[in-house]
Design a protein around this ligand. Structure first.
Ligand code: ADP
Ligand code: ZN
Length: 601
């Protein structure tokens, strides 16, 4: 019941005029309820003096008097009834006397004092209905105001030490690695302090919804055994100015008193969106909230031991003030899991569930490309429900298949997360192209990792790492890098039906590198002169580059790009078989490590 109410309320919250509609609806329902309870047939009360007159005339046979409510029920000789009210502060008999009824007349009728009788059936229904409606109204108000009605709802989960640990977080070893030192810091803050080491105050967990950011934050607190405070950026953004800021203040006050601890702010982009200065109530509020957050973060000393973890899936909209050093100066990517990651996540979630012996979790992982941890947890749960419904004593392969299908075709949102097969193939060829070209180009950095798991706007990526850190880059190295960047587009041309926008970033970086070579590094035939982009005052007074010079530069840049492109094309056409092997393997396991890749070549 509570869930469905929540869902209904959520539904209204999501729509622009939802709150208004919901409020109107509630008022309507309550008004209708009130009318209904009114329309109950209740005889019109008669004046007390009429009662007295009737008694004096000997027409009354019985009176029921309820001294608690002051209501009287009068039964007449002709068996008709009427009700009235009397002054509760004085006894009924006395009142009658005042109204001229003699004692002898009173004695003739049956006078009965009634207890406050149990309420009649429909009365109870009435009361229950109105209480339910009041409850619903209050509940809805709390929901809509995000707990603004002070004290009625907890604003955030008070700092308990979570029982979640890294064991519960599967398949994101890299993200986890970057966070273990925070655990150490929280555990032995003194050690760090003695060494004068400063821990990051804020860490941003960047990843799409459901990738396990909250889970990871909780696990850090659980591992370190420190309290966990959580709130959400969207809760800060209130209609009432000042509420968000005061909430931040009280949150940090509590956290500081329980330090060392972790404060987790989900959806931090809601509070820390780039300010664009258009004013407006909501925005002012957001500014105040953001400022308060910054003040709090600047305010704590390293010894305070409060580590703030923020979660977002949109780095680009964050206010730069948030990412400045001393604030959220560390970022940890929480990517969508690859096939191995999905397998590991599934394993965590089936731990306490009975599986039929022929269930192969690897198959489930294989059939769910693009899905995240939350989806997988749902799939396992759904499969378990299906098993119960089907009367199986363990979750069967069919249960899993059905659950996966449901997840894939369920929400529109999830559907879009699952890449289409064609798109996956294109991305696989594209990345294979990068990798194969890099591998075959002598001065290129070695391929470190290839993946077709989408990350943000990127379909996939091929990562290369220099074998040694070097200060200088040689001409050949830069050319090799440009050639590698061309590999993606070239592969699309040679293996796919059409070329795609997937090469956009590659081409941008390649162009920048070529420009750099020609205009700043003296690495082309145009000579050694450096052409800076004029800025500020210079831009106004400096003569424009002459048309002829401009054409020369343009020509030189173009030549570099063309030559690198031709080289990439040569390599990809020559290594068709290797291309196919890498692509197939990518499609199958989504991520290739350096060793796996080299073995395929
Ligand atoms: P986010 O905060 O990134 O939106 P959550 O941490 O709320 O995602 O994840 C929701 C649920 O999905 C978790 O409670 C957990 O059950 C499941 N989940 C997500 N990622 C993982 C993971 N890596 N390992 C195990 N379970 C996961
Ligand atoms: Zn690319």
């Amino acid at each position: 019941m509570k869930q469905s109410v929540t869902r209904i309320v959520d539904f209204f919250k999501k729509h622009k005029y939802g709150k208004l509609t919901l409020a109107l609806l509630l008022v309507g329902v309550i008004a209708a309820g009130a009318l209904l309870s009114r329309s109950q047939p209740e005889p019109e009360p008669i004046p007390l003096s009429k009662v007295a007159a009737a008694i004096a005339a000997g027409e009354v046979v019985k009176i029921e008097d309820n001294p608690d409510t002051g209501s009287l029920t009068i039964t007449y000789k002709d068996k008709s009834e009427s009700t009235t009210r009397r002054d509760k502060t004085a006894p009924f008999l006395e009142q009658m006397k005042y109204l001229g009824v003699r004692e002898a007349q009173m004695a003739q009728l049956e006078y009965e004092l009634v207890e406050n009788k149990a309420m009649s059936g429909d009365r109870i229904v009435n009361v229950v209905v109105s209480m339910a409606m009041i409850g619903l109204l209050v509940f809805a108000m709390i929901r809509m105001n995000g707990g603004a009605l002070a004290g009625i709802r907890k604003k955030y989960t008070e700092g308990d030490v979570p029982s979640t640990t890294f064991k519960d977080v599967a398949g994101m070893d890299e993200s986890r690695e970057e966070l273990v030192d925070i655990v150490t810091f929280l555990k032995n803050g003194d050690m760090y302090q003695r060494m004068g080491a400063r821990m990051p105050r804020g860490v941003l967990l960047v990843g799409e919804p459901g990738t396990g950011k909250t889970l990871l934050a909780k696990a850090i607190a659980g591992e370190a055994g420190v309290p966990f405070f959580t709130t959400s950026g969207s809760e800060f953004v209130e209609v009432f100015v000042g509420v968000g800021a005061s909430r931040v203040r009280s949150l940090f006050k509590k956290a500081r008193s329980k330090a060392p601890c972790i404060v987790f702010i989900d959806e931090i982009d809601a509070a820390g969106r780039k300010r664009n200065g258009h004013g407006g109530g909501g925005e002012m509020e957001q500014d105040q909230t953001l400022n308060q957050l910054l003040v709090e973060m600047d305010g704590f000393a390293a010894s305070d031991g409060v580590v703030v973890l923020g979660a977002t899936n949109r780095m680009d909209v964050l206010d730069p003030a948030l990412t400045r050093p001393g604030r959220f100066d560390r970022q940890v990517n929480v990517p969508r899991p690859d096939i191995k990651g999905r397998f590991a996540i599934l394993e965590v979630h089936v731990k306490n569930r009975r599986l039929a012996p022929d269930v192969n979790l690897m198959d489930v992982a294989r059939s769910t490309p693009g899905l995240v941890g939350a989806d997988l947890a749902n799939i396992v749960n759904e499969a378990a429900i299906l098993a119960v419904r089907g009367g199986h004593d363990a979750i069967t392969v069919q249960d899993f298949q059905e659950a996966v299908e449901k997840a894939l075709t369920g929400g529109v949102q999830q559907k879009s997360r699952v890449m289409q097969e064609v798109e996956r193939r294109t991305i696989a060829y594209h990345e294979a192209g990068h990798a194969v070209v890099m591998h075959a180009t002598p001065h290129s950095d070695p391929v470190y990792k290839i993946t077709i798991i989408p990350r943000g706007q990127m379909g996939g990526f091929t990562m290369s790492l220099p074998e040694q850190d070097s200060l200088l880059m040689s001409r050949n190295q830069i050319l090799a890098r440009i050639t590698g960047l061309m590999g993606g587009r070239v592969a699309e041309e040679l293996f796919c039906d059409d070329i795609t926008s997937g090469a956009a970033n590659d081409l941008k970086v390649a162009t920048q590198l070529a420009e750099e070579m020609v205009m700043h590094l003296g690495m082309s035939d145009t000579g050694l002169r450096v052409f800076n982009k004029p800025e500020g005052y210079e831009a106004m007074v400096a003569p424009r580059t002459g048309q002829k010079t401009f054409e020369e530069l343009d020509q030189a840049i173009r030549q570099i790009l063309d030559e690198c492109y031709a080289e990439a094309k040569r390599i990809v056409s020559e290594k068709r078989e290797a291309m196919q092997r890498v692509t197939d393997c990518l499609l199958q396991q989504e991520t290739l490590s350096r060793e796996e890749f080299v073995a395929l070549m």
